[in-house]
Design a binder for this molecule. Structure first.
Ligand SMILES: *Cc1c(COP(=O)(O)O)cnc(C)c1O
Length: 342
């Protein structure tokens, strides 16, 4: 834990909110399967299962939060425009949920977001806008659309309905793995891990919740370590979906993570490369960098002191096809100005 304050009564999301989200998103998100990961289990000397959020209709778990938030908007708002800033997967989820629930959608993207992700968003009927060179620039543009054009904001992580939606993964884990000891979760803005931790800690307080971020630009980890919100420089990474800060005006996920997350580990670009390759070779899984960081933490030995039964959340599959094929072939891949070799 990152705070000695054990009182969780005042936290903005509770188990009831997650249960309510589970009912709200039933028709849009799927209950994803767990894959028994024999090879990872052997390497890490634990019983490892993979939670395959790669099988969601938009290729990542983000459909859960977006569907929950949009389904809770007042019915008379139907037909209006929802807006978000996204590193790709949130935009795709918002586009999908908006179309299904009767809203128009605008998605603001920075130049760091891969083209393949922009195309997928546009294919779901949303308008895309390229602005600036960082997630912060895209967020500023979305804020302008909310202020000047009356668009409805759908934040990527820092909203109770988003957190509760992502938390439905926690309910599924607890139901599926009775002897769960820990859960390993990709971490960027913290909506995913905060939601899962809310559900898991309420139902099984002893289960350890471990976050994994990339070494390049781990904003939540830096903030938890400092005990206050800190900004980090955003850099190109194989885990592009983990890019972006947590906001100096963060209202919900930082407090939730401080109370509910047991620890955070960081993985390198090489660790991520090897994990993408491992998940493909051993399980035939296509995962994006962000989706592979949990496996990367286990494979690199950075979690060697945990034991027992663990679930690794494999959060998404939306990787640039050329980048994936390069990694699957074991060839060097360029990330920004760096060349990563497995
Ligand atoms: C958004 C995202 C994450 C991180 O989720 P947060 O709620 O921002 O911590 C992890 N993996 C994938 C694939 C994502 O799209």
């Amino acid at each position: 834990m990152y705070t000695s304050d054990k009182n969780t009564d005042c936290l903005p999301v509770d188990l009831e909110a997650v249960r309510s989200a589970q009912r709200a998103i039933r028709d849009l998100a799927v209950e994803t399967p767990l894959l028994r990961a024999d090879s990872l289990s052997e390497i890490s000397n634990m019983a490892v299962h993979l939670k395959l959020e790669t099988l969601q209709p938009t290729g990542s778990f983000k459909i859960r939060g977006a569907a929950n938030l949009i389904s809770r908007l007042p019915k008379e708002w139907r037909g209006r425009t929802v807006v978000c800033a996204s590193t790709g997967n949130h935009g795709r989820a918002v586009a999908y949920a908006a179309r299904a629930l009767g809203y128009r959608a605008i998605v603001c993207l920075s130049s760091l977001v891969p083209k393949v992700k922009e195309d997928a968003i546009a294919a779901l009927g949303a308008e895309t806008r390229r602005v600036g060179t960082s997630q912060d620039d895209a967020m500023a543009e979305a804020a302008v659309l909310v202020r000047d054009e009356g668009c409805i904001p759908v934040p990527p992580f820092d909203h109770p309905d988003i957190v509760a939606g992502q938390g439905t993964i926690g309910l599924e884990l607890i139901a599926a793995v009775p002897d769960l000891d820990s859960v390993i979760v990709p971490l960027s803005g913290g909506g995913l891990i905060a939601g899962i931790a809310t559900a898991v800690k309420a139902l099984r307080p002893g289960v350890q919740v471990i976050g994994v971020s990339m070494e390049r630009g781990a904003a939540m980890q830096a903030s938890l370590a400092a005990g206050r919100l800190v900004e980090v420089v955003e850099e190109p990474t194989l885990a592009d979906s983990l890019g972006g800060g947590i906001g100096l005006d963060n209202r919900f996920t930082f407090a939730l993570c401080r109370h509910l997350v047991d620890r955070v580990v960081l993985v390198s670009e090489i660790d991520i490369y090897r994990a993408i390759s491992h998940l493909f070779r051993c399980y035939g899984l296509v995962t994006e960098g962000a989706g592979a960081v949990g496996a990367a933490a286990l494979l690199s030995g950075r979690l060697s002191e945990i034991a027992g039964s663990t679930v690794v959340v494999v959060s998404g599959r939306n990787i640039d096809p050329d980048q994936f094929l390069t990694i699957a072939a074991g060839k060097p891949v360029e990330v920004g100005s760096q060349v990563i070799r497995g």
